[in-house]
Design a protein around this ligand. Structure first.
Ligand code: P6P
Length: 331
């Protein structure tokens, strides 16, 4: 039983299983966990140090930026840029890729992240999170190029999220299962609390924003009708990380589908859908846009959006079947 094992020890044990591991990933991941601890500290005391509310800025997504979005973004960039293992970064908050300053050594990894997902909930003390995706650089120069970021989700070497909730958790995968760690603030360590997480094959929870129902395609209506007929409950926090994490542990399906207004969906492919898709598939679940597996999508743009249906395998398959049935009717 490895429950309670510190993250650093867990990483070293995983590293020893990999014959040609250099230790670079372990070092990179340790830096990332430190960045999340800084964000957790600031999120947990936001109301006391006047960092709640809007930063009076709009980001590339056209969204109102919260003060904590910028604090979280700066914390990750500052923590990660000097570690020596990255060739570049990309963030939901930055329009272009973030180069590693020449004063720091560079490495072969690429990091993409949403620094504080769900931050509009922060002022009312609802869980928010950091989502991250790690790739290997494919180009040969020291500095990453845009093409290094535009890789399909199947190329990820690691994906995960930090959830700043009733406790701060880390959930991640490197393709060898999904593991959860809980931060013990008294010692400042992430300790193993959920080893080899497996999502129930079918759940009894559906998560989507029902205020959009006037824009839903028939396929969404039909799926929700089936879910209700099966006695499913609706649970929707409005923070992807919180909704995903609940469904991962209890079973269920999250949907932000294509609708009559846009077939692009709302969530971002590279640093929201792809990392969550890697995790859910490693946990035995599924992730689809409604027409294709999320991790098969070939990205065209750093901030491109995708429809997202993700969670328990049978739930996702049923929702995708509804999409296919509608496509056949309308083709
Ligand atoms: P809506 C938060 O802004 C976010 O990006 C995700 O965390 C969340 O799942 C979704 O948007 C909520 O969107 O339109 O329901 O408020």
């Amino acid at each position: 039983m490895r429950i309670g094992m510190p993250l650093t020890k867990f990483l070293y044990e995983e590293q020893r299983k990999c014959p040609n591991c250099t230790g670079n990933f372990t070092d990179l991941f340790t830096d990332l966990a430190r960045g999340a601890k800084i964000i957790s500290r600031d999120v947990n005391r936001a109301g006391l140090i006047n960092i709640l509310g809007s930063a009076e800025q709009t980001n590339i997504q056209g969204e109102d930026v919260q003060k904590l979005d910028l604090i979280a973004n700066d914390a990750l960039i500052t923590t990660m840029e000097s570690g020596g293992h990255l060739a570049g970064m990309a963030s939901e908050e930055n329009e272009n890729i973030i180069p590693i300053p020449d004063e720091f050594p560079k490495g072969d990894y690429i990091l993409l992240f949403d620094p504080l997902d769900g931050s509009s909930n922060i002022d009312v003390n609802i869980s928010v999170g950091t989502i991250f995706s790690i790739l290997k650089k494919k180009t040969t120069n020291d500095d990453a190029e845009l093409s290094d970021f535009l890789q399909p989700g199947g190329e990820q070497v690691c994906a995960g999220y930090f959830l700043y909730g009733s406790s701060t958790m880390l959930v991640y995968t490197t393709g060898c299962g999904v593991h959860g760690f809980t931060l013990d603030p008294s010692v400042g360590e992430f300790l193993l609390s959920h080893e080899n997480i497996q999502v129930p094959e079918q759940g009894s929870i559906y998560s989507l924003n029902e205020s959009n129902s006037n824009k839903w395609h028939d396929s969404t209506y039909n799926f929700i009708k089936k879910a209700k007929a099966r006695g499913c409950k609706a649970r929707y926090v409005g923070s992807l990380v919180a909704d995903f994490h609940r469904n991962l542990l209890k079973g269920g399906v999250f949907l932000y589908p294509a609708d009559k207004e846009t077939n692009k969906g709302k969530l971002r492919l590279l640093y929201e859908a792809n990392p969550m898709a890697f995790i859910i598939e490693q946990a035995g679940g599924a992730a689809s846009s409604g027409t294709e597996n999320i991790m098969d999508i070939n990205p065209k743009d750093l901030h491109q959006r995708t429809p997202l249906i993700i969670g328990s395998k049978l739930d996702v398959e049923e929702a995708v079947q509804c999409c296919k049935a509608e496509a056949e009717l309308t083709s």
